[in-house]
Design a binder for this molecule. Structure first.
Ligand code: NAD
Length: 294
């Protein structure tokens, strides 16, 4: 049976480490890291993610700047807000919660965030540097960073291993594959047009699944002893639950946990780590800023 990687526990450990560093910064510089969380409109899911991020800031001693804008806000007004946050010296990270309403171009808005405050790591320059040898982006995208952190804190070495990433989105699959490559894995990307994904996945020592396809990856697709990081978070009908649904990953956990060496559950795997990585990025941004000024 696989070792189940407890994302909640790892996240808690990292949060304590962050809180400790925040205290030390506050003593040394008399200042704390600041994160601006911008939300437009009132989508229930976005509101709950934003609440979670703001609450986590409060718990760790990070100052959160709450910017709540109405659904109808114009793109130029939103960009003005971003510009104000860019020049606010108490803000070290800016997060614009996605998706934005249809009348606003996400790419335009995200590229206005100062590179030094791009804690989501989505700025094209940060992603570009991630793709280049011997260049270091200022921030790594949170979910892929969470995947690598879970592997390394579980003692899974990446160097020289065969890794397969399932999915090639800008926010998870693509940067996850670039991070694995930086860590010296031999990387293959499986996507919606790949034929016979199972034969490719079966070769992998490390699988990062981010396709958004409920339980697509079966136990028989997994190489015995492989490390499986399941990013997928899919709601499936479940009449036995009060809500009428439950969350499952892209991996058939029941089957795969009998074959894999390590596996993350859904929920309780990558999810709790993603917000923690956002806080870690904010801390890093603040440290760079404080150290530069001294
Ligand atoms: P996306 O829809 O933007 O991208 C999905 C990718 O999977 C695409 O590149 C597509 O080519 C590929 N794909 C789709 N069907 C496939 C198939 N049958 N076989 C192989 N590849 C296939 O999704 P995303 O934003 O990258 O998110 C992926 C999953 O991860 C979703 O379930 C999402 O909810 C979850 N997610 C979780 C977290 C977290 O913190 N836990 C964060 C972000 C995303």
């Amino acid at each position: 049976m696989a070792t189940v990687i407890d994302g909640k526990a790892v996240a808690q450990t990292i949060r304590s480490e962050i809180a400790e560093e925040v205290r030390a910064l506050s003593q040394k510089y008399g200042k704390v890291p600041g994160l601006a969380v911008v939300i437009v409109g009132n989508r229930k899911d976005s509101q709950s993610y934003v609440r979670m991020k703001r609450k986590a800031c409060a718990e760790l001693g990070i100052k959160s700047f709450d910017i709540d804008l109405p659904e109808q806000v114009s793109e130029s007004d939103l960009i003005k807000q971003v510009h104000q946050l860019n020049v606010n010296p108490d803000v070290h990270g800016i997060l614009v919660q996605l998706p934005l309403p249809k009348h606003i171009n996400e790419e335009t808005v995200l590229s206005e965030i100062s590179l030094e405050k791009d804690v989501d790591g989505f700025h094209p320059l940060n992603i570009g540097k991630l793709a280049m040898k011997d260049r270091d982006p200022l921030f790594l995208p949170c979910t892929p960073k969470a995947c690598i952190e879970l592997l390394s804190r579980s003692g899974v070495s990446i160097k020289g291993k065969k890794a397969v990433v399932v999915g090639r989105s800008n926010i998870v699959g693509l940067p996850a594959s670039l991070l694995l490559l930086k860590a010296d894995a031999t990387v293959t990307i499986v996507h919606s047009r790949t034929t016979q994904p199972e034969s490719i996945i079966r070769e992998a020592d490390i699988v990062i699944a981010a396709a958004g396809q409920p339980m697509m990856i079966k136990g028989s697709w997994i190489k015995p002893g492989a490390a499986v990081i399941d990013v997928g978070t899919n709601a499936v009908d479940d009449p036995t639950k009060k809500s009428g649904y439950r969350l499952v990953g892209d991996v058939d956990f029941e089957e795969a946990s009998k074959v894999a060496g390590w596996i993350t559950p859904v929920p309780g795997g990558v999810g709790p780590m993603t917000v923690t990585m956002l806080l870690h990025n904010t801390l890093e941004g603040a440290k760079r800023c404080f150290e530069k000024k001294h």
